[in-house]
Design a protein around this ligand. Structure first.
Ligand SMILES: Nc1ncnc2c1ncn2[C@@H]1O[C@H](COP(=O)(O)OP(=O)(O)O)[C@@H](O)[C@H]1O
Ligand SMILES: [Mg+2]
Length: 461
């Protein structure tokens, strides 16, 4: 909440700053423009009055006036912001009005240009003219316009604009704050909702603002992230529950046999041996299951390290088939493939994968059946195929068998001795090697599993 307030203030300040800069620039240009216009007007006026006075001095004979004629400076009589002075050729002032003081401005100076004089108590636009007739200077005329009023007007304008600006900036600050607070309110809501999520489990969701903007997208993304987290969380929970459940069975069997030994085993050697064998078997299967669980857990949290290297497929096949043919007593076991293939992968894991697949085929194929391992390759891939003539997998369960602890026939599961983790591990290994696995199977006829792995030999360079 504190952060949010700060952010809206920050935004408001920035808006106000930009607004103030624009306002000040605008007002400065207005003031400058008005001033320019007023001076220009005064110059025009001074110009035309000068010309009128000049006309009266050197105009057509019938209209000529003497330099001392009071009519000569008519304009200054009706307009007290205007001053006219007339001097003879020697520069001596012979006629003039005294609407305001222009004594200090010399008359024979800057002839013929209207100019602005500021300072020393004067604000004037002034023009000196030399009246020339027949090549001789007849007189000097000085016309000046008092700009005092205009300057006062400009000053008042400046003060008014400054006051308006101050209010404008304060208002923009305030309005900006309120607006950004309103805009940022969804963030506040999101923060509260996100805070509540831990408390109410993972099912709470953030309300998505109706407008399709950045905030609604953030809310949507956040909700989608929660969906994903929830799925992973539930999967993890189910995994733990399943694992505990699976481990409970061997533990209770072991407890049962310990009870038997306690009661009868001390006298009866046969019962004792039977119990020890059973406990051995259960502990072994538990150890294997825990190993598999650890493998998967390491895979889940990313701590499973792959040790990739290039190795010969032929050698690997020798090893695998030797082990498997020992297990497959009573099955027709065969393996064949193209010689000379190489693969860049974690050899241990590839072996583990093939072993798990072959073990399944052996386990789910009745004695006398056929189990075959084929391997081929092209420049990109290596394909392992494991074929059997076993009991097969019903079509609708061919996807599920890759799930952890999933077994088609739960009742027979203890008999076959599996935990339902084998194919999950196989899938993980295929995935980290960026390969693909596919199953073709029909009940009673048998199963064939194909694993395609990219060779990736160039990666070693
Ligand atoms: N080759 C196969 N023939 C028939 N069923 C199979 C075969 N491979 C796997 N299955 C089915 O898929 C299930 C899961 O296999 P897996 O994950 O290796 O577990 P497990 O071997 O421990 O039972 C097996 O229980 C079995 O029902
Ligand atoms: Mg298995």
């Amino acid at each position: 909440m504190v952060k949010l307030t700060k952010l809206s203030w920050k935004l408001a300040f920035q808006y106000a700053l930009v607004f103030a800069a624009v306002l000040i620039a605008l007002n400065a240009s207005v003031l400058y423009g008005v001033k320019f216009f007023l001076i220009y007007q005064a110059e025009q006026k001074v110009d035309s009055v000068s010309r009128a006075v000049e006309q009266r001095i050197i105009g057509p004979n019938s209209e000529q006036m003497t330099l001392g004629d009071p009519e000569l400076i008519n304009e200054a009589k009706s307009d007290n912001t205007l001053n006219i002075k007339v001097a003879g050729p020697s520069g001596k002032i012979v006629n003039g009005s005294a609407n305001f003081n222009t004594l200090s401005v010399p008359m024979i100076d800057n002839i013929n240009t209207a100019r602005k004089i500021e300072g020393r108590g004067l604000n004037l636009v002034i023009k000196n003219t030399a009246v020339i007739d027949g090549g001789k200077v007849r007189a000097y005329v000085q016309v000046s316009q008092n700009m005092e009023k205009e300057y006062t007007f400009l000053k008042i304008l400046l003060i008014l604009l400054a006051i308006a600006d101050t209010f404008g900036i304060l208002f923009s600050l305030f309005a900006g704050y309120l607006l950004s607070r309103k805009m940022l309110r969804p963030i506040d809501k999101m923060t509260k909702a996100a805070n509540a999520i831990g408390l109410s489990g993972l099912s709470a969701r953030i309300e998505v603002p109706p407008a399709d903007d950045e905030l609604s997208r953030l809310a949507k993304t956040f909700n989608e992230m929660l969906d994903r987290i929830k799925i992973v969380f539930e999967k993890q929970g189910r995994f733990v529950a399943d694992a505990s459940h699976e481990l409970r069975t061997p533990v209770s069997i072991i407890q049962g046999y310990i009870g038997i030994m306690d009661r009868w085993g001390k006298q009866d050697e046969k019962v004792l041996q039977e119990s020890i064998d059973a406990i051995k078997k259960e502990t072994l299967s538990m150890t294997i299951m825990i190993k598999k669980l650890l493998f998967l857990a390491r895979g889940d949290n990313g701590s499973q390290v792959l040790q990739k290297a290039t190795f010969s497929i032929d050698e690997l096949m020798e090893e695998v088939s030797l082990e498997s043919s020992m297990l497959a007593s009573g099955h027709h076991f065969s393996f064949q493939g193209s010689p000379g293939l190489e693969l860049f992968a974690d050899r241990r894991m590839i072996k583990q994968m093939l072993r798990a697949l072959l073990n399944n085929s052996i386990k789910f194929t009745p004695k006398g059946g056929r189990v075959t391992l084929l391997y081929t390759g092209n420049e990109n891939n290596i394909v392992f195929s494991i074929l059997d003539t076993g009991i097969g997998i019903p079509e609708e369960e061919q996807v599920q068998i890759f799930e952890r602890f999933y077994r088609v026939d739960k009742a027979r599961a203890r008999e076959t001795g599996g935990s339902g983790l084998g194919l999950s591990i196989v899938k993980w290994i295929v995935d980290v090697h960026e390969g693909e696995i596919s199953i073709v199977s029909s009940v009673e006829n048998g199963t064939s599993v194909a694993v395609t792995l990219p060779k990736l030999l160039e990666l070693q360079l």
